[in-house]
Design a protein around this ligand. Structure first.
Ligand SMILES: C[S@@+](CC[C@H](N)C(=O)[O-])C[C@H]1O[C@@H](n2cnc3c(N)ncnc32)[C@H](O)[C@@H]1O
Length: 212
C-alpha cells in the first residue's frame, strides 16, 4: 500500500530556494503574472488543490492587477489552509478566499466560476493518468471564455506523459500558450487557453480521486 503523503511536509521543499519545487514555483508564478494581464475586469481565479497558495499569492502580491482579482483556493488540509489564509492576510489580498473543500468535486467551485484563470498545479502528478485525462476533458466547465489553465506535471524520463496531456487539452478545446519543461529539474509547466465556447457548469461532477 502507498503511504499517505503529509501535505504540510510536502510544502517544506519550498523553503529551499534551490529545490526543484522552488524552481517550478518561480515558473508558475511568472506564468500566472503573465496570464493576469490578458483579461479586463472581472478577473476570477480558481486553484484546485491550492495547498498553501504560494503560487497565486506570490504572483499577486506585487501585481498591478491585484486589486481586480477575485480568487477561490480549494484545499483540504486544514494546516495548509491556515498558512494560506495567513499569507492572504499578510499580502492584504481582500479578493482571495481559501475554502476547505474537495477540489475533485465541481460543487466546490460554485461561486468562484467561471474563472479567467484556472490553476491545476501539483494535481496531475498525484492522480491516475486516466483521471488526468478526465479532468482535462471536464475542466472547461470551470472556465470563462478564453480562460487560461496553468498546470504542472513531473517529467518521467522513462515515460513522459506531458505530450499526452497537451494533446488532451487540444481535444478539450484549448490551444497551447506555453510549455516550460526542464529535463534537469524534471517538471513541466503548461499553459493552455480555451479557444472554444465554455460549456455549462454542472454540479455533481467528480474530476478525480486524489491519492492520499
Ligand atoms: C502536491 S500539493 C500541491 C499544492 C499547490 N497546488 C502547489 O502546487 O504548491 C497537493 C495539495 O492538494 C491537497 N489535496 C489533496 N486532495 C485534495 C482534494 N481532494 N481536494 C482539495 N485538496 C486536496 C493536499 O492537501 C495538498 O496541499
Amino acid at each position: 500500500m502507498t503511504e499517505a503523503v503529509d501535505w504540510l511536509e510536502w510544502h517544506r521543499a519550498y523553503d529551499d530556494p534551490e529545490s526543484r519545487l522552488s524552481a517550478r514555483l518561480r515558473v508558475v508564478q511568472r506564468r500566472i503574472a503573465e496570464a493576469l494581464h490578458a483579461y479586463p475586469d472581472p478577473l476570477r481565479v480558481v486553484s484546485m488543490c491550492a495547498g498553501q497558495g504560494r503560487d497565486l499569492i506570490g504572483a499577486l502580491a506585487d501585481h498591478e492587477r491585484r486589486g481586480d482579482v477575485t480568487a477561490l483556493l480549494v484545499e483540504l488540509d486544514e494546516r495548509n489552509i491556515a498558512i494560506a489564509r495567513d499569507a492572504v492576510r499578510a499580502a492584504a489580498l481582500d479578493g482571495v478566499r481559501v475554502v476547505r473543500a474537495d477540489a475533485a468535486l465541481s460543487d466546490s467551485y460554485e461561486g468562484g466560476v467561471p474563472a479567467e484563470v484556472v490553476l491545476a498545479c501539483g494535481v496531475f502528478g498525484n492522480i491516475s493518468d486516466a483521471e488526468v485525462l478526465h479532468t482535462v476533458a471536464r475542466i472547461p466547465m470551470l472556465c470563462a471564455a478564453r480562460a487560461t489553465v496553468i498546470w504542472t506535471r513531473y517529467r518521467d524520463p522513462e515515460r513522459d506523459f506531458i505530450p499526452t496531456i497537451c494533446e488532451q487539452f487540444e481535444r478539450a478545446g484549448f490551444e497551447q500558450v506555453s510549455l516550460d519543461t526542464s529535463e534537469e529539474l524534471r517538471f513541466g509547466v503548461g499553459v493552455h487557453r480555451l479557444v472554444t465556447e465554455p460549456p455549462k457548469f454542472v454540479r455533481g461532477e467528480r474530476f478525480f480521486t486524489f491519492l492520499r
